[in-house]
Design a protein around this ligand. Structure first.
Ligand SMILES: Nc1ncnc2c1ncn2[C@@H]1O[C@H](COP(=O)(O)OP(=O)(O)OP(=O)(O)O)[C@@H](O)[C@H]1O
Ligand SMILES: [Mg+2]
Length: 360
């Protein structure tokens, strides 16, 4: 067994997110061999929270099939994509907006559980509640009594710090003012608060920053998409036709401002009665999210059922996905989180490829 033999075994392995082989991706950095010990050093575009385990498994299987006595270790290093961002966001690797055309479809619930699911998987995560009219995250994360920590620098600039719960860093206009106050503020003041939230909060190093947007396609959505280089946006809908019409508007807005649509998530897809676990009731219709995703040729990222425990979690300040008893319902959120991470990888890989082409 020598390192080029092992390398040849690894080359045809497919990176399942990107649909290319490790050879095509130049992902095999080196292979070290000492007796039975084999150390494989890979380099892959992040986020790596799901793919690293799959690559670890596939590399071990490929080597052990030929060298059953080998003791294999796989180390995957993140290939960082260099994107110019403002100083407060310079340590953030993936910025993902959670949006919807229609109100009340579950953006905030999805953003809260998505952030928690990513953190549960070992990612460092921030959540920016960009809904300045109706901030939800302080309540959903049990931080409603908190206020924002901020300080003034010697040159008079204000720096804000996020609060933290369940391993997720959170900033919200709700930490700066009472919930009902936001509703009576006029446009320019709201815009000022919004600017503060996106430009003056120091996040530090994060794998993901999730933005919980207000509904619709108004000024805030436009400001955000123009000022911040997002990795992409996910669009939440219910299966109902009236919600789908608004999803179309949302996707069109992102396409117009050249923000990647990472995909559509269908929320409140169906209801499984706890006493009849084999039944599914399609309360708002069936299949609408997938069909609108197909219509715009964007990925469909999954269905999340209606579950009273999700609503209770949101109201009591505990993201339901973190409940050890969350079962199939929690898996629905975790599956969506994995698919979002995969789409972020695809977007980062595209960015990297276009940078490489410019360099050539
Ligand atoms: N999958 C679900 N199961 C049960 N309840 C849910 C689910 N998703 C959302 N909800 C509940 O539906 C209501 C609306 O959800 P949420 O506040 O997340 O929507 P939103 O799109 O952020 O609304 P807005 O447009 O007002 O910001 C909340 O009471 C929430 O607890
Ligand atoms: Mg909301």
């Amino acid at each position: 067994m020598n390192s080029s033999d092992v390398q040849r075994l690894l080359e045809p392995i497919i990176d399942s997110d990107l649909g290319k082989t490790l050879k095509e991706l130049s992902a095999i950095h080196s292979v070290e061999i000492a007796g039975h010990r084999v150390r494989v050093f890979l380099e892959a575009v992040g986020p790596l929270h799901w793919i690293a385990r799959r690559l670890d498994h596939d590399c071990k299987a490929a080597i052990l099939a030929t060298y059953p006595e080998a003791d294999v270790e796989v180390l995957v290093r993140e290939r960082v994509v260099d994107v110019k961002r403002s100083p407060t966001l310079s340590g953030v690797k993936n910025l993902i907006a959670v949006s919807s055309g229609k109100g009340g479809v579950g953006k905030s619930t999805m953003a809260a559980n998505l952030a928690a699911a990513l953190a549960q998987r070992g990612a460092t995560v921030g959540l920016l509640d960009a809904d300045i009219y109706g901030p939800s995250q302080p309540t959903m994360y049990g931080l409603a009594e908190q206020s924002m920590r901020a300080e003034k620098t010697p040159d008079g600039k204000i720096i804000g710090y996020p609060n933290e719960a369940y391993g997720v860093k959170i900033a919200s206009i709700g930490f700066v003012m009472q919930r009902d106050q936001a509703a009576i503020l006029r446009g320019p003041m709201l815009a000022g608060y919004f600017t503060m939230l996106v430009e003056q909060i120091t996040w530090g190093e994060l794998d993901f920053l999730i933005f919980d947007l207000p509904p619709g396609t108004g000024d805030i959505q436009l400001t955000l998409t123009q000022r911040i280089p997002l990795t992409g946006a996910v669009v939440i809908t219910t299966p109902q036709e009236i919600a789908l019409a608004d999803v179309r508007r949302s996707i069109q807005m992102f396409e117009k401002v050249r923000v990647n649509v990472l995909g559509v998530i269908e929320n409140m897809s169906y209801f499984v009665p706890p006493d009849l676990p084999d039944r599914k009731y399609y309360i708002f219709g069936e299949g609408g999210g997938r069909s609108v995703a197909d219509e715009y040729r964007v990925p469909f990222l999954g269905e999340v059922p209606i579950d009273v425990r999700v609503r209770e979690g949101a109201d009591s300040g505990f993201p339901f996905v973190l409940d050890p008893e969350s079962g199939a319902m929690g898996d629905a959120f975790r599956d969506v989180a994995e698919r979002v991470a995969r789409q972020a990888r695809i977007a980062n890989s595209d960015t990297l490829n276009s940078q490489l082409q410019i360099d050539l």
